[in-house]
Design a protein around this ligand. Sequence first.
Ligand code: HMG
Ligand code: MG
Length: 298
Amino acid sequence: MTLPSSVRIVEVGPRDGLQNEQQPIPIEVKLELIHQLAGAGVTYIEAGSFVNPKWIPQMAGSEEVFRQLRRDAGVCYAALTPNMQGYQRAVESGVSEVAIFAAASEAFSHKNINCSVAESIERFTSVMEAAARDKIPVRGYVSCVVGCPYEGDVAPEQVAAVARQLFDMGCYEVSMGDTIGVGTPASVSTMLEATLQYIPATRLAVHLHDTYGQALANIYASLQLGIATVDSSVAGLGGCPYAKGASGNVATEDVIYLLNGLGIEHGIDLDRLVAAGNFISHTLGKESGSKVARARRQ
Ligand code: HMG
Ligand code: MG
């Protein structure tokens, strides 16, 4: 199959990246990062999450982030909402859209959101109803689409069934998360092929953590299957608080370099993106997880 002519980047660094940092991150730093990302041409930024702050303290300030955001026209500022309480907080803070998140594995669902997969789908029903009433688009995530830190391999049919439920209940797009980054082009393609039976490629995204260094290869395999939305995290920030050893998402800078090489449109200025990644890496006092950023610094 021919590759897509353009790819939409969903930048998850300010949420998936920063949720995992140990040190407290001031609101001003989060805002500066989000503003720099928008300045680089990123049009979708997951800027926070409205989860239980006792579980994820780093996201406790999401209200303030959304209230103080300088919003650029044409940029979607989104947040995770696990339940109605989170949804209400998100709407009151002026989010552009929300995301619900389920898992393909029971054990991960319990650890991450404290309920079974079926119970989570039930919880999301009220979020979907409220969002439909408020005309707020909802994105869906499926975690552990290849492997689970507690259960091991996850069957592609099981993944496809959860993705299908999120799609059927009204998510406009479902993002397939290799939460612990164990997939290879073979396992990721098999999983996507199972899901493509129910959801068209235009409504699927890939969300690949880079733990085993396979994320770019997996993105290339996904592009070959017609997937044209890629989640990524500037400077490769992040990990998963409920998946020990999981590294961050694939670095946005590295995805942009790949897309540039393939002649695929994306609308992002690589120099400004690298600057945003260097800003946050420097502020956190850590080496950037982007190989492109590191290569350009030498
Ligand atoms: P729970 O403890 O089962 O909730 O948490 P509960 O309904 O029993 O309520 C317990 C307490 O939580 C109550 O407070 C509620 O008010 C409060 P208390 O009476 O004890 O003071 N509470 C909330 N507070 C603020 N906002 C809320 C909220 N809901 C309840 N929305 C819950 C259930 C889902 C809330 C909890 O398990 C939770 O917050 N989990 C979040 C986990 C999380 O954020 N994980 C990381 C994101 S997912 C991810 O990274 C994967 C992804 O990137 C894709 C991939 O990589 O695969 C998306
Ligand atoms: Mg993630």
